[in-house]
Design a protein around this ligand. Structure first.
Ligand code: COA
Length: 185
């Protein structure tokens, strides 16, 4: 298995390990972080299961799912999670999701994380299309994806089931050639 180590700017991405459980729980166990996500805050035991599943998925051939710890390069701490999942029937395309620990919000780190996942997907994995789905109310995710170069494609109605009912998603995407031009400015 080839493990992921991908760095850029203030952040790095690497495969999650069992040592990351507490750091990931500090993200997904926080009700503020799950406010716009389709699940309730995760317990520590659930995070352990997610990490175990991530290790199995990382060993799959071909690999389709990358659950990556987000490292703050300055402190060396794990401050979030980035996930990239190749669409099983469309291997040129992948979905990304991002989450950071609350004390790191509002400093452009979310935008940097989306940028780094796009660079990993387009340059590292040679994908053609990368997309993300967000809650219509998730302004921070909207701005992070827009500023990183992911355009809004439209609304998927009742896209996800949440603990409080069906939720629409706004779909964003970037295409490799378009993204290369966007980066070049
Ligand atoms: C989404 C998330 C990663 C964004 O991270 P972040 O570090 O706060 O994002 P940034 O600092 O790069 O902010 C992006 C933009 O949104 C703005 N913003 C941040 N929080 C905001 C808020 N609550 N309301 C409105 N705007 C906000 C920022 O000012 C910035 O705008 P700018 O580029 O014009 O300055 C973070 O909020 C998070 O982890 N949320 C919980 C998980 C989640 O919802 N993930 C998204 C699933 S699609």
């Amino acid at each position: 298995m080839r493990s992921v180590h991908y760095s850029g700017g203030r952040l790095s991405l690497r495969d999650v390990t069992p040592d990351d459980v507490d750091a990931i729980h500090a993200v997904y166990g926080d009700p503020a972080a799950t406010e716009h996500l389709p699940f309730s805050p995760r317990t520590r035991a659930e995070i352990e299961q997610i990490v175990t599943a991530a290790l199995t998925l990382a060993a799959a051939v071909p690999r389709q799912v990358y659950v990556l710890a987000v490292i703050d390069n300055e402190s060396g701490q794990v401050i979030g999670v980035g996930r990239l999942r190749i669409d099983p029937e469309h291997p040129h395309s992948a979905e990304i999701t991002v989450a950071l620990r609350r004390d790191h919000w509002g400093r452009g780190m979310g935008t940097d994380l989306v940028r780094l996942l796009l660079a990993f997907g387009f340059r590292g994995l040679r994908l053609h299309r990368i997309w993300g789905a967000r809650s219509p109310a998730n302004t921070a995710a909207q701005l992070a994806m827009l500023v990183a170069g992911m355009v809004e494609e439209g609304r998927a109605r009742h896209h996800v089931a949440t603990p409080t009912g069906w939720r629409d998603s706004i779909i964003h995407s970037a295409l490799r050639d378009e993204w290369e031009r966007y980066r070049a400015g």
